[in-house]
Design a protein around this ligand. Structure first.
Ligand code: BT5
Length: 250
């Protein structure tokens, strides 16, 4: 496909950039619409959780993509944006976060960025809003193990500067979503960056939790966890990376 035309809208204050872009997507906005804000009054995580950031301290943005993919490939779209964000951070600050399944960028144990992907429609093509919050000069809430680019590197990046390079890196990967070869290479890059694989994990699901070895990610982006002898595939859930002593049966 030809290169994307980004159409960037900036807000001083907004409820949630994801909500705004989703509304425009329903009205038929083309791929490439981007919203970014200095402050969100109702920034959202998954499962109605909050994303909190003081004014000007983070990149808070949402991007509309309309890839030629089935809805069950949503995780690949998330991976595409997460990898672009990671590459942008490497370029601007030298900080090289790892990806944590399903949607975090972490440094060590600390969350530096989170992504929220929402399917808006599946009419002709999939319309997906991918939101990302990246802590630049301020880490997350005190009760969350979190960090910022400045804390990790001493480098102060402004939100527009990171957005610019993130979109550049996303453009470099976007066409991959539309071809089988491209999808395979994205999956490779994703698996290589995913620190979750090979670790003992506790996956907190809606009604229960499982503990096991994170073995692989399947073609739909589901995490395959080896629990005793059984392979359990996890679609949604929160993953805690366990240290050796935490992984032992109690
Ligand atoms: C996420 O959800 O990590 C997705 C966050 C997506 C935020 C972006 S900002 C732009 C766009 N517009 C939106 O409204 N949202 C997107 P989840 O995995 O559910 O993690 C949410 C949890 O992360 C919260 O419950 C807190 O524990 C923690 N958290 C909140 N703010 C944080 C921060 N600034 N840094 C690190 N962790 C944070």
């Amino acid at each position: 496909m030809s290169s994307i035309v980004w159409r960037i809208e900036h807000f001083n204050v907004i409820d949630s950039t994801n909500t705004w872009v989703a509304k425009r997507a329903l009205e038929g906005a083309p791929e490439g619409l981007v919203a970014f804000a200095d402050f969100q009054s109702a920034g959202r995580g998954r499962l109605d959780r909050q994303w909190e950031s003081p004014p000007g301290a983070s990149l808070l943005c949402s991007i509309l993509l309309r890839p030629d993919l089935a809805p069950d490939q949503l995780q690949l779209v998330v991976a595409c944006v997460a990898l672009a964000a990671r590459a942008a951070l490497v370029r601007l600050s030298g900080v090289r976060p790892a990806l944590k399944w399903p949607n975090d960028l972490i440094v060590g144990d600390a969350k530096i960025a989170g992504l929220l992907a929402e399917i808006v429609s599946v009419d002709e093509r999939l319309a997906v809003v991918v939101g990302i919050g990246v802590n630049l000069t301020h880490e997350g809430p005190a009760n969350v193990v979190s960090t910022s680019v400045r804390a990790e590197s001493g480098v102060t990046i402004t939100p527009p500067a990171l957005l610019d390079i993130l979109l550049d890196e996303l453009e470099a990967r976007r066409a991959s979503l539309d071809s089988a070869d491209g999808q395979a290479s994205l999956r490779d890059e994703y698996r290589r960056s995913l620190v979750t694989l090979g670790q003992m994990v506790r996956v907190e699901r809606t009604n229960d939790a499982i503990v096991g070895l994170a073995k692989s990610v399947d073609e739909f982006g589901q995490l395959i966890v080896l629990v005793d002898e059984d392979e359990v595939s996890v679609t949604v859930g929160d993953v805690v990376h366990l240290r050796a002593h935490e992984a032992e049966p109690s």
